[in-house]
Write a protein that binds this ligand. Sequence first.
Ligand SMILES: [Zn+2]
Length: 453
Amino acid sequence: MKRFIPWCFLLQFLKFFPFNRSAAYAEVDLNNLNSLHIENRLLEFILPYEDSFSQNSYQGDINTDIPFTIKEGSIPILVSAPHATEHLREGNVKKADIYTGSISAILHELTGSYLIQSSGFSEDPNYIEAGDYKQALKQIVEENDIKYVIDLHGSARHRDFNIDLGTINGQSIKNSALQKIKYRFESNGIDKVAVDHTFSGLSGGTIVNYSANNLGVEAVQLEISRAYRDPRNDMNSFYTLLLSLNEIINELNDNINQETLDSEMTFNDVPFSFWGWKDIYFVFKNNWMKGQTESTFSPNAHLTRSQAAVTIVRALELEAKEPLKQSFEDVSEEYWAFKEIEIARQHGIIGGYKDGTFGPGNRITREQIAAIFAKTIEDTTRAKRPAFKNVNSSRWSFDAIMSLSKKGIINGYQDNTFIPGGYVTRSQLAFMLHRYAQHRREIKDYDGIFWDK
Ligand SMILES: [Zn+2]
């Protein structure tokens, strides 16, 4: 690996190393972080990291000519924390984004990412057009063939998001990588993850803009709420954030190593803001549902009974129990979904009509889908919650609907109706499959699910 450290930085490099922490913490890996967390001692591990930034009222080291610190990594990802200390913007002193210094330092040790962070007092590196911080960042990126820059910031608790991912409105990072980042936070239980909501990184002097548009490297700016960033508030939130960032860096590095990004979800009709985005991403990644075309998923389209059978057999990984033969007069062996319809019939999860037909082209209703899912779940205890207003207990699908409702696999509408005879939309099926997979994972050690492990 080429060295990027000129002599003037080397001094700083050496100076940064001896954190004020005991030898017991010298090896940072997930196992000892986990032990510390379980023993309620994680805070005493983190606080010494923050001391190097919080000293001198968060102006950091005031006796240095170089108000930032860099550390060499072993993977081509650079974590940046330009506001770890106080800084000047147009003559005003701006507060530090507290704990972004500690988080970036710990991530460096956990993942081997390169590191650049403010550690003294200077002009705002995320605001001025040029400056030493950007010069050093440029050198790190160019000499080490960095593929991603992750720029950490902090936002106030009162904001209406927990994390805002700044991508200069989609310019600074490919959608596939952005989806992975967003999904990882959400699957770890961090909600309200926004994209370009308040902080898009658009203005000229941002690190994300400089990285993407001047250096041509993919970059994302993370504005992290104080609620997750400050370990003194709630260690579980902080730890979830730290683990998520660790996983994100590892996943991005896997991408780089494979040199092939996973097939990108490029549906124009499924924007991040769509309620079912996460569910559609999940079923798409698992190859359970595909788009109608490369660029459309048609989330509000209905499904035929054949389409539903194919999707569910795929999702449940069902195999034929006996040789396949034609059971329904309207589903011949040449029919495109013959195999899946027969497998579903063999497993008893989907039947035909009384007249011996299957109705492969008929649209499937919400209660029919509920009945299918309910048949695959042994526990059929009913929901304690009151029934939906319009689902009578004498209805054939009542038990199935109540069982799934209890498990959170199906939802009614906001007015507490269910509309059992309504047609299922593709996004509703994606929602149910996602919830179903989560439920199945809870009840047994099921590892057939991509991503959500
Ligand atoms: Zn900031």
